[in-house]
Design a protein around this ligand. Structure first.
Ligand SMILES: [Zn+2]
Length: 347
């Protein structure tokens, strides 16, 4: 009888300590008690069995109480903004246990920060857009051959004009919206100054330099008396800040429907500064054709109800992947979207 009382206490303690108290009903102690019955003289079995059944009922009652407590227990909320103590001893971590900021996200923050300090506000692009913003508002009328230069992804469904929608192939798809949104700045004597760093899509054949999904930063600046000198100075200032060194730039004439004049903008190789004939970044040429830019076409300003006789502006679109690859000597653009931990963990 004494040992029954001991086992009863052990089992009840187990119930009150357990996170899954129902398991106590299957414990070897309880089964042991039932097992004892057949070892007893026949006349004692009945009263012993009743005692054990009483204990079992007590345990079941305790289980219900314990489950009630477990269901209502409130855990302290986790403060996800609390700083992590990086010096604290860490358990053995698998690579997947601790995340890092994706290199492109981090560099986009840096790029935005530089432009913010130069007075540009940031706008987001979108992942699906209409043909008006992708082409018409940028002086690519319907049937314009330069539309075919963009290998666009299009939807099967069409919009109310019967046109397919497009996964933007350039961040310029936001130019008209930026101009309209900040148009009132001009009347107040302020400039329109915005950047759009975001994701773009092209139906490309993939190789080390071409990816179907990549990033651009669009820049738009409009005010009175803006000229090509302002454009070049802005880009040079940005690039020198980004690479942390003095760089030389040069522009070559180019063609885009939405800028006039248009330029291809090159900078001196930030890697070898033109001193290494075997440089992989510039192929030993010392110059890198980096981005397209120009003075915003009068028709683009007109499409946003801005008088091109009164205001002028510049725009540029720069591949972010390319900037980052040059900064860190990354040889293959496909690494960015590969999800490869051995690549991502280096940043
Ligand atoms: Zn070089």
């Amino acid at each position: 009888m004494e040992s029954i009382e001991k086992v009863r206490k052990i089992l009840l303690d187990k119930v009150y300590d357990s996170d899954s108290p129902r398991e106590v009903l299957r414990s070897k102690e309880l089964r042991g008690l039932y097992g004892l019955i057949k070892t007893l003289p026949v006349e004692e079995r009945s009263s012993f069995g009743q005692k054990i059944n009483g204990i079992k009922q007590e345990i079941e009652k305790a289980i219900l109480e314990r489950e009630e407590v477990l269901n209502t227990v409130s855990l302290p909320p986790i403060d996800i903004t609390a700083p992590m103590d990086i010096n604290a001893p860490q358990p053995e971590l698998l690579p997947s246990d601790r995340g890092t900021i994706h290199p492109l996200s981090r560099e986009i923050d840096r790029i935005s920060d530089i432009f913010n300090r130069m007075g540009f506000v940031m706008e987001e692009s979108r992942e699906i857009d209409d043909q008006f913003h992708m082409f018409e508002s940028l002086n690519f009328p319907k049937g314009h051959p330069a539309r075919d230069d963009y290998d666009t992804f299009m939807t099967v469904e069409t919009d109310k004009d019967g046109d397919r929608l497009i996964a933007p192939a350039h961040t310029s798809t936001m130019q008209n919206r930026v101009l309209v949104k900040y148009r009132d700045n001009l009347a107040k004597g302020e400039a329109i100054a915005a950047i759009v760093p975001d994701r773009v899509f092209r139906n490309e054949d993939l190789d080390a330099r071409h990816e179907h999904t990549f990033y651009q930063v669009e820049g738009v600046y409009v005010a009175k008396g803006v000229n090509v000198g302002n454009l070049i100075a802005t880009l040079q200032e940005f690039l020198q800040e980004y690479y942390g060194k003095k760089l030389y730039v040069r522009v070559n004439p180019f063609y885009f429907p939405f800028t006039e004049p248009s330029f291809e903008f090159a900078l001196s190789c930030p890697f070898c500064e033109g001193k290494n004939p075997d440089c992989k970044v510039c192929s030993g040429e010392g110059w890198i054709e980096l981005l397209g830019c120009g003075m915003i076409h009068p028709k683009v300003l007109e499409a946003a109800d801005i008088d091109p006789n009164e205001y002028t502006g510049f725009a540029f679109g720069c591949g972010i992947d390319r900037l980052v690859m040059m900064k860190y000597g990354i040889e293959d653009v496909r690494h960015f979207e590969s999800g490869r931990l051995d690549f991502l963990e280096q940043f």
